[in-house]
Write a new protein. Sequence first.
Length: 278
Amino acid sequence: MTHRNKIAARAYTLIEVVLVIGLLIVISAIALPNFYRQLAHEQLPTSANQLRALIVLARANASFDGKRYRIRFVREEEFDALGTRQQPIIEREDDPIEFPEEFFEVRAPWAVGQTLLGQVRCAEIRLGRPSIEDLKQRRESATTALDEAFTKRGQKEEFEREFPPLYIEPDGTSDWATLVLTEVPEEIPIDELYTHPGIDVIVDGLSGLCWLQRPFYDEELDLFEEKNWPAVLRKDFLSPLELTERDVLELRELPVQSQGKKTTAAEEEESEMDASKR
């Protein structure tokens, strides 16, 4: 066999090349939509995790600097560092003696960036420890719609009632807070948010721990109220499956390491409530 014949034997024909390209196009047409759908599906939980990390960083920096920090969202006619109205703003009280309550935006790399992805936005910030009574008062029955949606997948400055800033003290403590994340447009009223998937980022102001928790269904709220259970599971919980009494007991009996002694989440909750009464 001559050298020319050897080269011809190793070469691909035009038909073979066209068939391979066509096969790649078919595979891409099938795989890419699923890939983009998966990315879109992950934007809400990823944003919640990134917001939690930002809160932890702000708390660490407040303790390191010995200064008050705060986390807030833009006011009307204001924009964030990325030129949008979507991202959280980190600010610091630089001189509490000469200029108390004057906060300046932190532009360090950890404080500036795309925390909330895609169409994810913070729809509301609720200060104070969450309670079942408060959650029930905030909305009418939306269990069916929410279930279907999940299955398918005293200051100087004035702030909007739905967006008070979260202040972090120099020792790292803050108020309890719930930051409500959603992908629905701003035109949707707050009392209709719970007909859509969302994630509550819950901050324990004393310990600085943060949990990601989906909104409770109406049946779950009734169960929690009947059993007099607190509204915080103290564990990330994003499953669309409805919680039963057994599920909640298993979640609340998980061991929690506290001052070298193992206690349950329920015992820790009772201890905190006793301390607040004193």
